[in-house]
Design a protein around this ligand. Sequence first.
Ligand code: GLU
Length: 533
Amino acid sequence: MIKTRFAPSPTGYLHVGGLRTALYCYLFAKKSGGKFALRIEDTDQERFVPGALENLIDTLHWVGITYDEGPIKKDPTDKNSEIIEKGPVGPYIQSKRTAIYKEQVQKLIDAGQAYRCFCTKERLDEMRERQTANKQAPMYDRKCLDLPQSEVEEKIKAGEKFVIRQKIPYGTLKFKDLIRGNVQFDGKTIDDQVLIKSDGFPTYHLANVVDDHFMEITHVIRGEEWLPSTPKHIALYQAFGWQHPEFAHLPLLLNADRSKLSKRQGDVAVEDYIKKGYLREAIINFVAFLGWNPGSGEEQEIFSLEELEKAFSIDKVHKSGAIFNLEKLDWFNWRWKKRLFNAELEKAAKEIDPAVVISEARKEQFTYTFSDPENEEKFFKSRCEKLLKICSEYLPKEFLNDEKLTKALITVEEKILREPKDIKDHISFYFTPQEYSKELLTHVKMGVDLSQATISLKSGKEDLEKLSDWNLKTLQDTLMQTVARLGVKNGQLLWPLRAALSGLEFSPGVFELAWVLGKEETLKRLETAVNKI
Ligand code: GLU
């Protein structure tokens, strides 16, 4: 049975890198029907930040990453709820496990794999200085390695402070990383690491290995910054005579200039993004793609947590650093708003008409075919209401009272979903005609000069004048017939018409514009354009 764990230190609020580790551990376990645990590595009491543990638990809960074992809130919905532990191999908070580490380290001492070191800070500093001056890598010189047992006992009795160090074996320490392949280190370059500090607390290395062993972790998935620690861990597994778990070290997170992502360069706490209003789905999706994608030939980028559970695979995780790009987060957020909005529309459409046929016209663009026009009308209303709810607070009163509004909103739906507060800029041209120069009506590349523009505007106007049933479909049919009648390319007719109706370089398409503006206003704007030329 596969089992992973996320083992953060509560030294601050959960950051994006931590969330990525948690997510990959979760996905890896889920994909294989395994288990996932949360363990709190709080042995460095000096770096403990009050509230960090609560923040961790709350944030994981908020994004929807659940774990089978570890500290949880008794009532996850209550901010102040008591923290309890769940699972058979707890406690899952290291500060509650000190007795276990002491017992294990004694075994290493008995087996000659670890020793007490009484060296003072002054001696260690002086030793290090000497080594650095001699251009040697600073390493403990093993002064206390072979102290006679009697001397050790005397020193302890006299109350001398000591640490417990591991005697690192000479020889190579190697392992196969699931992302990086074979990795090896020379034991000679590794310091006799401290396992128990003078305050009696274990170091990260000891606690981490002991816990991974007793918690039966099969796969250690963590950030690349922990790669240099892994040979030390391998040495510990060897000393204990335990089989080590598999390792996977995730690529570093980088700023756009490829420097290491640090807290100083912008927000990295997940909490900040939650406060800014990003969707949980977008945050998860964004974080999942920091160093992973489903592979070549796969275009899908929008994944829910459930979809990621199926698609994720550790061998698609990249070796090289992942760029942390906030524009991409905005993009994911926008796509997710769209996806959730589509889901809402689908629900509404089915409620109105269980026989509705929904088909994907283009990617994430759906068409709804209703069994009768009345249902279509109801759906249209409900769609407009939903959009209005999102952006009404940003609309001036005079727009709200204008009957064009509902149709106008439909034509800029994507923009409303992206940034509701900009709505006014996107639709005001419907209500107040924009100033524009006659050059806007031309388009060199499309073959529209002023004389072509005049022909197009006049012909379009002529045909639209005859149209009585004014809707999207009839507008499209009519104007496509005009194209055929004139024997021009679509753009040669549609560009000047679109420019005339919007007064803008970019706008919704001409059929939508005419539909929103209505017959009278459409003909009026076409007339104005002809006169302008
Ligand atoms: N406590 C370490 C951290 O804060 C855990 C590293 C590991 O997963 O082994 O990231």
